[in-house]
Design a protein around this ligand. Structure first.
Ligand code: FCB
Length: 468
């Protein structure tokens, strides 16, 4: 294998999110998030799983930071649970803030940079009861929450991400209903897009008002989108629409200060533009210091419907996130698939990065998530052999390197995930960790991919995969 080195100063990290790893959902004053409530809905989550026990990260900070040290991580991307630090969206809760203070202190004592995401999907349920992200006021509550966090941690944390994947929060949560809060209201979904982005802009300024040298970004889940049949006008148009609502609807307002005109038109029946007030786009396009990219796969889009709603994750969804697109399927392309049934397509990562470089105002880029679920098990010898995941990460690092070689300003890579965890609607059934978690005993076992990744982080280069 060729030795491929990354630029000096390239940041190597791993990512998690509060609800997926912390557990302790009622500790120290935390109240319900939309995910706690959603987990109680019969049939919402595979196996009826909940945010308990997750990976019990709340009680295992020392142990987990030690794992990060063993992996040679330079940065740890984690999120803060809004309902811990401002329960019910109300006043600040010192006990909740103290948990993150301890985590940050432990990371810094071990030379690991805290990379903080403010919103990884756990809106306080009390705010959802007032309308959630479909309500404009939630954007302002988010900025208040951001202020609380930065006032508490801003003396030690400099890297802030406002939102993780607002596409999921809006379209999976409010249109498909497969994520919390489980609503199937397309009008609410497109309103949520705007209010999330408004919250992002307001929070960006709120962070800087407290910490003038803050590095602020947003993380988007971006996909190359293709028409399955390039000769079919319907497929081509579906791909345009899908690219619009997946990618451009977030990139354009944040980076260019405008919503894409075609998407605004597509969403006329859902009254999208009625949510947008004078001055909002200036707030949303407040300049950023970095952009986070989460990359998992591509969308190969067909309008030759298989007769039902789209098939994703190996099962039929009861609602579709693709607002306004009724006839849609994602035909198989004979590519390998992960345990999520997502196609493995590393070239798509290069494409996403190059598109940002070629088509948008340039910002330092970070891959804030990339990884794969496979059905791992601890073997008789006590190890977890996960060659598929190792190969997935390796091929995507090569793809990232190709983008750097083409001139893209890519500055870091965070694998998803440090630990096996609660994979949202899939519960604990899907394992994304490079470290295996036994949910009964909470024993952590670094998988072969983790041992390999530790070498990569130390050498700042892709290293041979043998001997693991
Ligand atoms: C992303 C989420 C992350 C995780 C991965 C698999 O969409 O940001 O929390 O669930 O997918």
């Amino acid at each position: 294998m060729d030795q491929i080195s990354f630029p000096d100063g390239f940041v190597w990290g791993a990512a998690t999110a509060a609800f997926q790893v912390e557990g302790s959902t009622t500790a120290d004053g935390r109240t319900d998030s939309i995910w706690d409530a959603f987990c109680r809905l019969p049939g919402a989550i595979v196996g009826g799983h909940t945010g308990e026990p997750a990976a019990d990260h709340y009680n295992r900070v020392e142990q987990d930071v030690k794992l990060m040290v063993d992996l040679g991580l330079q940065a740890y991307r984690f999120s803060i649970a809004w309902p811990r630090v401002r329960p019910d969206g109300g006043a600040a809760n010192q006990a909740g803030l103290d948990f993150y203070g301890r985590l940050v202190d432990t990371l810094l004592a071990n030379g690991i940079k805290p990379w903080v995401t403010l919103y990884h999907w756990d809106l306080p349920q009390a705010l959802e009861d007032k309308g959630g992200w479909a309500e404009r006021d939630t954007a302002y509550r988010f900025a208040d929450y951001a202020t609380t966090v930065v006032e508490s941690l801003g003396d030690r944390v400099t890297s802030w991400t406002t939102l993780n994947e607002p596409w999921c929060s809006s379209f999976l949560g409010y249109a498909a209903g497969v994520h919390a809060p489980g609503r199937r209201e397309p009008e609410a979904a497109v309103a949520a897009v705007h209010h999330l982005l408004l919250g992002h802009g307001l929070a960006t300024s709120a962070i800087r008002a407290v910490q003038s040298d803050a590095e602020v970004g947003i993380t988007l889940n971006l996909y190359p989108v293709f028409p399955a049949d390039p000769e079919s006008a319907a497929d081509v148009d579906a791909a345009r629409r899908l690219d619009g609502m997946q990618n451009r609807m977030f990139l354009d307002p944040v980076l260019r200060g405008e919503y894409p005109a075609d998407v605004v038109e597509d969403f006329t029946p859902y009254k999208f533009i009625e949510n947008v007030r004078d001055g909002d786009l200036e707030i949303i396009s407040t300049p950023l210091d970095m952009l986070g990219v989460n990359y998992y796969s591509e969308h190969n889009v067909s309008t030759v419907s298989d007769g039902l709603v789209p098939l994703r994750n190996g099962r039929r969804q009861s609602g579709s996130p693709w607002v306004g697109l009724d006839q849609l399927s994602f035909p198989t392309r004979n590519l390998p698939r992960t345990d999520m049934d997502w196609e493995v397509q590393p070239d798509g990562l290069t494409k996403v990065l190059r598109r940002l470089h070629d088509e948008y105002p340039r910002l330092p880029l970070y891959i804030t998530e990339n990884g794969a679920a496979y059905p791992d098990a601890v073997n008789g010898d006590g190890g977890v052999h996960d060659p598929d995941r190792l190969g997935f990460i390796e091929s995507h690092l090569r793809a990232a390197h190709n983008a750097i070689a083409a001139g893209v300003d890519l500055r870091g890579y965070f694998c998803w995930s440090l630990l096996d965890n609660f994979e949202w609607a899939e519960g604990y059934a899907k394992r994304f960790g490079i470290v295996h978690v036994d949910y009964d005993t909470q024993v952590r076992t670094p998988k072969a991919s983790a041992r390999w990744y530790a070498k990569v982080t130390r050498e700042n280069a892709l290293v041979a995969t043998g001997g693991l």
